[in-house]
Design a protein around this ligand. Structure first.
Ligand code: SAM
Length: 275
């Protein structure tokens, strides 16, 4: 009988956020595969857990995954953790998880903290979904290019390093416009936690307002673009078509009947279009 690979979320700052189940799984596993064994040992020590640890980080993930897979096949239960938050989410772990699936080994998530979900929940942007894009590319040109494909009508969640956050909010303002809303969530669950909402135009000023603001860990949540009311979109198209064959006043009268929008508003639009 093969063992189980438990994918365990750990705290993103406040160690008290470790769930009861995550601690139970870490205690009963045969081995804990960690991004950095020193970081995870701090968590384990806090809860008196003595399970042995092994390193599984981005530089040894492929080689280490093979060995861990063999242990799973022998029936050992493994807990996979990253330094903070949910493994495989902008963190190592996916290679081992994929290998386990291919080998027919049971994979079981132990859900818990993630900076992306925590920031989104505190940002307050009502939406049915979001786009999580992790870290943007480090090089300016690649970053600006990446942003072009990320404005897809839902809030955008980004991770950012403190030495790049200022540049990134400036790129965001350039790309999405100064009026777009942004939430900056920094140092979540830690002593100097801040979650603030502002316009993109004000983000650089907010970051620079206090020297310590530019330090720590950041999640940026960008509001979605304002959807245009469907009536107005219809009106634009309708007006455009009508103006091809009639005068603005007549076009506005008929478009008002079709769309239900005020005739005066449509007449103004028609005059602008006719210019
Ligand atoms: N797997 C992790 C998760 O589920 O949140 C994310 C790991 S990623 C390497 C680290 C990034 O997550 C940081 O650079 C920062 O953008 C974000 N992050 C992690 N902890 C955070 C915290 N306490 N407050 C704000 N952002 C945090």
């Amino acid at each position: 009988m093969s063992g189980t690979l438990f994918v365990v979320a750990t705290p993103i700052g406040n160690l008290a956020d470790a769930s009861a189940r995550s601690l139970e799984v870490l205690r009963s596993a045969d081995l804990v595969a960690c991004e950095d064994t020193r970081t995870t040992r701090t968590l384990l020590a806090r809860y008196g857990i003595e399970t042995p640890t092994v390193a599984l980080h981005q530089h040894n993930e492929r080689a280490a995954s093979g060995k861990l897979l063999n242990l799973l096949k022998e029936g050992k239960n493994l807990a996979l953790v990253s330094d903070a938050g949910t493994p495989a989410l902008s963190d190592p772990g996916a290679l081992l998880v994929e290998a386990a699936h291919r080998a027919g080994i049971k994979v079981s998530p132990v859900p818990g903290p993630s900076a992306a979900a925590a920031a989104f929940s505190a940002a307050g942007f009502a939406a049915d979904g979001y786009l999580f894009a992790g870290f943007l590319p480090a090089a300016k040109a690649a970053r600006v290019k990446a942003l072009a494909g990320l404005d897809i009508g839902c809030p955008l969640i980004l991770y950012e390093a403190p030495h790049r956050v200022l540049e990134t909010v400036q790129d965001l303002a350039e790309r999405f416009g100064p009026e777009r809303e942004l939430a900056i969530a920094r140092e979540l669950t830690k002593k100097f936690e801040e979650v603030a909402r502002m316009k993109l135009a004000d983000a650089a000023g907010w970051l620079l307002a206090k020297p310590e603001r530019i330090q720590g860990e950041f999640v940026l949540v960008v509001a979605r673009s304002e959807p245009r009311p469907s009536g107005e979109i219809d009106a634009e198209r309708t007006l455009e078509a009508l103006l091809e064959v009639m005068a603005p006043s007549e076009a506005a009268k008929i478009a008002a009947r079709i769309t239900g929008l005020p005739r005066r508003l449509l007449y103004q639009k028609a005059l602008q279009r006719a210019k």
